[in-house]
Structure formats: structure tokens, C-alpha cells
Design a protein around this ligand. Structure first.
Ligand SMILES: Cc1cc2nc3c(=O)[nH]c(=O)nc-3n(C[C@H](O)[C@H](O)[C@H](O)COP(=O)(O)OP(=O)(O)OC[C@H]3O[C@@H](n4cnc5c(N)ncnc54)[C@H](O)[C@@H]3O)c2cc1C
Length: 328
């Protein structure tokens, strides 16, 4: 997609050929600066224009137009989701940015049943899918930690969080995609249909087509979740426990590890059963400035609390004495 080239004076803000395209949405050739920024704030490539599509057809018409212009120009196209990339991946120098969040319809469609699924636009935010699917007691199986990211943005990468050890990343939980290809064709693809396109686009960094719609696996949403953080000072103990927990049968539903530097007061700010006024407990937290390792664990439950405590005990049976402290 990023190699599509056209014969066009890229410096001209008045690009007549784009203005004549029959679109439901519109191009903006002036207010383009926001599309030259992302979360990383390190790269700033100013596009020639931003397309605000209202329909999939707007995207297909634009891409086809660029394709038809021929192979010798240097015009590039980038889909932009929520712009949370860190290195300018959703930007394009003097090209066309497609603002996927403008693509509103069709609405989010939840299908219940024994294998529930949701159909969503590529520009939709994961947080909106959660809200909609919860109305049916359902939720996606695999998440990112942060939910204000678009479907197209995370499916172009991988989409990883604490459920990935069980369900795979988000790209492993997709049944079907609708994609606009580099020639402007709108194609449905899945494991069974146009599978090369399907596997290229998933994790394809936006280089193999634009995801305009996705069908994603759902599961019953848990009624409650027990959330636990376990701190380690020893890296080997931390990784050993993490590996054991993700391979054990009777384990947590969410396991994620991360590294933190204990800045003054950080641990006391965490909601926990730890009593910072108790001198014995407080002494265990004298680790200011040190690197610590944290396992974040969650157990889903619909049972009464006694059963849950037993389940958590079972899942944590491998805990090592080197664990610094368990917070919940
Ligand atoms: C605060 C924060 C927390 C994060 N947490 C996690 C996390 O827990 N797990 C995780 O895996 N990642 C995480 N990320 C990384 C994030 O998932 C990726 O950066 C993701 O690409 C951002 O989604 P976006 O909607 O902002 O996409 P953008 O940054 O807008 O785009 C990302 C890439 O996808 C392409 N793209 C966008 N939309 C489409 C589309 N519809 N079709 C084809 N290509 C498209 C773009 O061209 C670009 O190459 C986090 C990032 C931040 C800033």
C-alpha cells in the first residue's frame, strides 16, 4: 500500500483530481497537522491530505484513484486508527492519511449463540466493543491492556495482553476481515476464503490492505474478577513463576509480567491489603530506586467467594519464597 505511486504535484494543496471523486465523506487538504503526530511524538510527517471516509466505498474509490494514476509517483497512503503508534507508522510524508475513526457504519453487531462473534468497523475502538458486547453478557477473548485503540490498529500489529497465553493475541481471534486492497478492491477474507490476504493483513503493519471490517470471537464475560499483583526482587524467580503459571492446567485467566522501578511511594499508592503503617510489612517495601518485577494475575469467577479463594490458592500453589509481596 505504501508503495503505490502516482503522477501528481504533491506540493500543491489544491489537488483537483481528488476533489472530483464521488465520496460520502471528504478530503481535508489544510487541517492535516494532527495526522503528522502520534503517541511517540518523535516522528512528524506532514501528509498532503487527510481522507475522512464515511463509507468503505470512499476508501476503495480513493485507493483505486491513486492506483489508476500509475506507478511512477511517490504518493503513499497510510491508514490511521487512534494514532497510538510510537514511530510514525500511521503517518505518510506528503501522502494521503485515511482517518479510520471517521468510518462509523455499519453499527457494531453482536451475534450470540454457542460461538458468539461481533462484527465491527476497522475504525472502532475496543472500549466500544466491550461496552456493546457486555450488553449481551459477552466480551472478546483477547485484549490489549489499553482499550482506546482501534480494531484495525491492533490487528495490524498483534494485540497482546494477559489473555494471550490462553487465547493467542487478538490476531488469533479473528474469523473474517473485509479489506480494501492496494488496487481499491473490497475483498472478504478468512481462513477459508482468500487466506493469503487474511494472513498477510493480520499483523501486516498496514502494508497489505486496509481493514474496514472484522469479525471477532467473543466469550461469556465473567461476572467478577479477582485481581492480584505479585512483586519479585529476583528476575529468575519471576520468570520461573510466570512460565509455570502459563503452562499449568489450573491457572489464572490473565497472566502478565512487567518490570518497574520503585520510585518513592509507588508501592504505597497501589490499592492493596498491605498496611504501610505496619512497621514489619513496611520494611519489606524498602526498595526505592530498585528494579522490581511484577506478575499481574486475574481469576475470573461467578462462584461464591469460598470457591474462589480455593481456586486462587490452587493457582498460586507454585509461589516461591523469594516473592517480595502479594498485593490485591
Ligand atoms: C498507551 C498505550 C498502550 C498500549 N497498550 C498495548 C497493549 O496492551 N498491547 C498491545 O499489543 N499494544 C499496545 N499498545 C500498542 C498499540 O496496540 C499499537 O500501537 C496499535 O497499533 C495502536 O492502535 P491505533 O488504533 O492507535 O493504531 P495507529 O497507531 O493509528 O496505527 C497503527 C498501525 O496500523 C495501521 N492501521 C491502522 N488502522 C488500520 C486499518 N484499519 N487497516 C490497516 N492498517 C491499519 C497504521 O497504518 C499503522 O501502521 C499500546 C500503545 C499505547 C500508546
Amino acid at each position: 500500500m505504501s508503495c503505490v505511486t502516482i503522477k501528481l504535484n504533491l506540493c500543491s494543496p489544491n489537488t483537483p483530481s481528488f476533489n472530483t471523486l464521488p465520496l460520502d465523506g471528504h478530503f481535508n487538504f489544510h487541517e492535516v497537522h494532527h495526522a503528522a503526530r502520534d503517541f511517540g511524538n518523535r516522528y512528524q510527517f506532514l501528509p498532503m491530505a487527510v481522507l475522512h471516509p464515511k463509507t468503505v466505498s470512499d476508501i476503495a474509490t480513493t485507493i483505486k484513484h491513486i492506483w489508476d494514476m500509475g506507478p511512477r509517483s511517490e504518493l503513499t497512503v497510510a491508514a490511521r486508527g487512534h494514532g497510538h503508534s510510537l514511530q510514525g507508522q500511521a503517518q505518510t510524508h506528503r501522502g494521503v492519511v485515511i482517518n479510520m475513526e471517521s468510518l462509523k457504519g455499519p453499527e457494531i453487531q453482536v451475534y450470540t449463540g454457542s460461538s458468539p462473534i461481533v462484527d465491527v468497523s476497522g475504525g472502532e475502538l475496543w472500549i466500544n466493543i466491550l461496552h456493546e458486547s457486555l450488553k449481551y453478557g459477552l466480551a472478546p477473548k483477547s485484549w490489549t491492556d489499553y482499550l482506546h485503540l482501534t480494531i484495525g490498529g491492533t490487528l495490524s500489529n498483534a494485540g497482546i495482553s494477559g489473555q494471550a497465553f490462553r487465547h493467542g493475541p487478538q490476531i488469533s481471534n479473528v474469523h473474517q476481515l473485509e479489506v480494501v486492497t492496494g488496487k481499491g478492491e473490497v475483498i472478504n477474507c478468512s481462513e477459508e476464503q482468500n487466506e493469503d490476504l487474511f494472513h498477510s493483513v493480520l499483523g501486516g503493519l498496514g502494508q497489505f490492505g486496509i481493514i474496514t471490517r472484522a469479525r471477532i470471537s467473543l466469550e461469556a464475560a465473567p461476572a467478577r474478577v479477582k485481581w492480584i499483583r505479585v512483586l519479585y526482587s529476583d528476575f529468575a524467580a519471576f520468570t520461573q513463576d510466570q512460565e509455570r503459571l502459563i503452562s499449568a492446567e489450573n491457572t489464572f485467566d490473565y497472566v502478565e509480567g512487567f518490570v518497574i522501578i520503585n520510585r518513592t511511594g509507588l508501592l504505597n499508592n497501589w490499592r492493596s491489603s498491605f498496611n504501610s503503617k505496619d512497621p514489619v510489612q513496611a520494611s519489606q517495601f524498602k526498595s526505592d530506586g530498585r528494579t522490581l518485577f511484577c506478575l499481574e494475575l486475574a481469576k475470573y469467577f461467578n462462584l461464591d467467594k469460598t470457591d474462589l479463594i480455593n481456586e486462587v490458592r490452587l493457582a498460586m500453589a507454585h509461589q516461591k519464597p523469594s516473592t517480595l509481596k502479594c498485593l490485591n
